[in-house]
Design a protein around this ligand. Sequence first.
Ligand code: ADP
Ligand code: ADP
Ligand code: ZN
Length: 213
Amino acid sequence: MKIIMLGAPGAGKGTQAKQIAEKYGIPHISTGDIFRANIKNNTELGRKAKEFMDQGLLVPDELTCDLVMDRIAEDDCKNGFVLDGFPRTIPQAEALDAALAKTGQKMDFAIDVDVADENIVNRMGGRRACLNCGATYHIVSIPTKQEGICDKCGNPVVLRDDDKPETVQRRLTVYHEQTQPLIAYYKKQGILKSVDGSQPMEKVFSNIVASLA
Ligand code: ADP
Ligand code: ADP
Ligand code: ZN
């Protein structure tokens, strides 16, 4: 099963994608996580991507597309994958379709996790991320067992630089301008599923599973 997660920054794409990956036994591919790992390791890609990410802007398609195409060509993607945070622009979606078409494949589902902007600001302000293992929490709705410490690996959890209020607004504007048009793109392909992302995490997940059946 080949799945795309759509939705505003902070809508809960990552939270749901991890559960989907586990349930269906497919890899979770997050472009944001790949960029953050490159930043942490101070690679050339990381240094380039950081300039855009810190400003709340998208990393250019030239730096993003090849990286995803290489990743989905790996062996563990044979039975499918869940893309989280890619595509984020129409050219990225077209590049993905073109790459898959070369081997006679296509995406199966695009799941739009729908959350109103008012709600997003709160989600991102309360998000805490583990820079070591990538686990994500929320100070109110999904807290760590011990304050400030990742449940999974024991490292500190932090507010991401780009989750600070001044950057969140910019990211939302970028989402509406560049990413939201993908909803119509996948609707036209007949593979769009929309779920109400404002519900509790477990409810959102059961709605997604039901929509894939
Ligand atoms: P969120 O989970 O809040 O949606 P991500 O972790 O997916 O954020 O992405 C963080 C940042 O990484 C984005 O704001 C953007 O700068 C960059 N990024 C991630 N994926 C892409 C992509 N497909 N195209 C361009 N930039 C991307
Ligand atoms: P995205 O990957 O779309 O940027 P995340 O999965 O990182 O979003 O979720 C954003 C924030 O909202 C995180 O702090 C996460 O713990 C929290 N969150 C995710 N899903 C829900 C939910 N259904 N209800 C409340 N908070 C949620
Ligand atoms: Zn951790």
